[in-house]
Design a protein around this ligand. Structure first.
Ligand code: MF3
Ligand code: CO
Length: 256
């Protein structure tokens, strides 16, 4: 069942969304050569608590990993796709691209968003990967309209990625969001006719999060049980926003 939110609930989700946006803006500016991914983690933890919110990821149990996640951020560098763990040993260097993903719980409602930033001079190909991934997210958000179906979102993302010669990761997907971090429906970044294709209705809120590889789509998880990487070692980019389906069209909650 896909839970639909009232206008009052959407206002609360808006506050969670704007908090996540604010945090990601700060972290995006902080992410420079010489900074560690743990530095980003510490700053994010402080900002979340200062706002009177609770980190959404820390303590979140993920069945595939068989344990709870231990950080407030996922920081996924270069060939890491998602669920990279902040570390004092991971010093950002010129040419890296880093996906910063975070979520908060504020006043009972979740917000979840991610962006990928380049460190110093980044290769032309990596810049194009980030641009195409972000564009694919925008095209997906644009489809979050009452009367459309889920596949309109999935297909818009997938078409843009594949027509630009990149590939969509299949093992990780977006999701509904509300009083839980992950609600129905799953929001894949590709169309698979075997999946359900519900009609979108007012009040639904979706976290759309394309994960796009420069090379082949295949992924594997490192021995740390969390970090998903590309099998071929190619770079991967990730952007995410939460969007509400409203009578006025898509309302992106996680940016002003
Ligand atoms: N944005 C990701 C998601 O919504 C991050 C989850 S990390 C986790 O699934 F550890 F909390 F699972
Ligand atoms: Co998410």
């Amino acid at each position: 069942m896909i839970i639909r939110k009232t206008a009052a609930e959407l206002e609360k989700m808006r506050r969670s969304g704007l908090l996540v946006w604010q945090i990601l803006q700060k972290l995006g500016e902080m992410a420079r050569e010489g900074v560690t991914t743990l530095d980003l983690e510490v700053a994010a933890d402080q900002m979340i608590r200062d706002a009177g919110a609770v980190p959404a990821f820390k303590g979140y149990f993920v069945p595939a990993a068989g344990e709870a996640y231990k950080f407030v951020l996922c920081t996924s560098v270069n060939e890491e796709i998602v669920h990279g763990m902040p570390s004092a040993k991971r010093v950002l260097k010129k040419g890296d691209i880093v996906s910063i993903d975070t979520g908060v719980l504020l006043d009972g409602y979740y917000g979840d968003s991610a962006l990928t930033v380049g460190i110093g001079e980044v290769s032309e190909e990596a810049r194009r990967l980030m641009r195409v991934t972000q564009e694919s997210l925008e095209l997906g958000l644009e489809q979050a309209r009452a009367g459309n179906r889920l596949f309109d979102i999935c297909g818009a993302v997938e078409r843009h990625v594949t027509s630009n010669g990149f590939s969509v990761v299949r093992e990780y997907v977006g999701h509904g969001i509300g009083t839980k971090l992950h609600e129905e429906p799953q929001v894949p970044n590709y169309v698979d006719r075997k999946n359900e294709n519900p009609r979108l209705k007012e009040g639904m809120v979706l976290a759309i999060e394309p994960m796009v590889n420069a090379g082949k789509p295949d992924s594997r998880v490192l021995k740390d049980k969390w970090t998903a990487v590309t099998r071929d070692g190619s770079y991967s980019a990730h952007f995410e926003h939460c969007v509400a389906v409203t009578s006025n069209g898509p309302w992106v909650l996680t940016r002003p």
